[in-house]
Design a protein around this ligand. Structure first.
Ligand SMILES: Cc1cc2nc3c(=O)[nH]c(=O)nc-3n(C[C@H](O)[C@H](O)[C@H](O)COP(=O)(O)OP(=O)(O)OC[C@H]3O[C@@H](n4cnc5c(N)ncnc54)[C@H](O)[C@@H]3O)c2cc1C
Length: 374
């Protein structure tokens, strides 16, 4: 293996691997470096949900294009992509109003999404608790896929022209005259490329600080759990955005129920510990929404990082160091947006045309607007 590539990617999560896949498809020789194993970061800890319901035109479009790319990938590899939908529940009039407003925007972007009443909800999810429920928003073409299989599929393509190096931490960048020329691994090996993409997820801020870059990406801990497998009895990801809500779906491959909630207050930092509070609370919240889950056994709990930006949108941009790009800050959406973000990054880097305005993903944007469906 020689030490020169057309592009080097740092980080073996969905964003790095999707970027590498699309650069490879363009004929570039890509080297990808991962400090642990592929999916060791947030990607292997996510629950695999894929939705297109967002509150800005750009996010909706990126998510819709991502779904097309998941579909295409499913034709090449079995990634367990399944369009079982997403169902957002409304328990207050305020949520009903917000969702109805968002539906108008989503529909104008071409998304097939509808407001459903309580009776329709009980048909979509038999056995759901209708107490305080006023309705919901349902998008049938949302769904799920297996993050491990998606990353593996992308990595296979990268390896076909370049290389994927695991247990290979990048500890330094060599910068000459404001241009990145090479990267250095923990065992002092040097690899050269004119393009280096930092996709280190929750580590982007810390990694970039070494080179004087201040990137507004802040890791937060999110916990998750999975139950024993049972016969499949519901399709969509059920999302309850109440303060003590949660979200979960049933895995297409084996029928396990997988889910999490957004902790309030948030838990900043890189700590990946698991708490008894989450185990107890998540069980309670799931059983409240779906009483028949009450006797299911939880077989595993874990945690991972959300890489948050101040406005809830990703960052996809070049830096002040020529040849060095940052792609991250995916918040809770990196898996679902990953395929399109990877493709957009490959277009952006190679100057082959980006079909829409990416200024809302730029490093120098005004971060004060906020994505509502965070
Ligand atoms: C509990 C939970 C549930 C989630 N559920 C969903 C969901 O349903 N749908 C969804 O879309 N998103 C979900 N997410 C969010 C999603 O997981 C992330 O947005 C996404 O995985 C981010 O991918 P990434 O490639 O940017 O980062 P990561 O997957 O974290 O990849 C970064 C990689 O870089 C590596 N790395 C770091 N530093 C170095 C270095 N110096 N050298 C080499 N390698 C390095 C890390 O080891 C890591 O593997 C969830 C997240 C959590 C925690």
């Amino acid at each position: 293996m020689d030490n020169t590539a057309d592009a080097i990617i740092i980080g073996g999560g969905i964003i790095g691997c999707a970027t590498g896949y699309y650069l490879t498809k363009k004929g570039l020789k890509v080297y990808l470096f991962e400090k642990d194993y592929l999916t060791a970061g947030s990607t292997g800890r996510c629950i695999g949900g894929i939705r297109q319901q967002f509150s800005t035109e750009l996010s909706i479009r990126v998510a819709m294009e991502s779904v097309k790319k998941f579909k295409e990938l499913q034709e090449e590899y079995d990634i367990e992509f399944y369009q079982g939908g997403y169902l957002f529940l409304a328990h207050t009039e305020e949520m009903v109003t917000t969702y109805k407003k968002l539906i108008a925007l989503q529909k104008s972007s071409g998304l097939d999404v509808e407001f459903v009443d309580v009776k329709q909800i009980t048909e979509i999810v038999p056995g759901i608790n209708t107490r305080d429920l006023l309705g919901g928003v349902y998008c049938q073409s949302d769904g799920q896929a297996n993050p491990f299989l998606v990353v593996d599929a992308y990595a296979q393509r990268i390896k076909s022209r370049g290389g994927v190096f695991t247990a290979s931490e990048i500890t330094g960048l060599n910068i000459e005259k404001d241009r990145v020329v090479s990267v250095k691994t923990q065992d002092n090996k040097v690899y050269y490329a004119p393009i280096v993409v930092n996709t280190t997820g929750p580590f982007i801020k810390k990694f970039s600080a070494q080179f004087g870059l201040n990137i507004p990406i802040y890791p937060e801990r999110h916990e998750a759990l999975i139950t024993e497998p049972v016969e499949r009895f519901f399709d969509p990801m059920i999302v309850d955005y109440r303060d003590d809500g949660c979200y979960f779906n049933q895995k297409f491959n084996n029928g396990s129920i997988i889910g999490c909630y957004t902790p309030k207050p948030n838990v900043p930092g890189l700590d990946l510990g698991s708490s008894f509070l989450f185990l107890k609370e998540m069980g309670r919240r799931m059983a409240r929404l779906m009483p028949k889950l009450r006797n299911l056994k939880i077989i595993r709990q874990w945690s991972g990082s959300y890489s948050m930006t101040p406005d809830g949108n990703p960052i996809l941009d070049h830096t002040d160091i020529n040849g060095l790009y940052i792609v991250g800050g995916m918040c809770g959406h990196g898996f679902m947006l990953g395929p399109e973000i990877g493709w957009l990054t490959s277009q952006f880097i190679t100057g082959t045309g980006v079909p829409y305005d990416l200024s809302s993903f730029s490093l120098t944007r005004d971060f004060s607007d906020r994505e509502v469906m965070r």
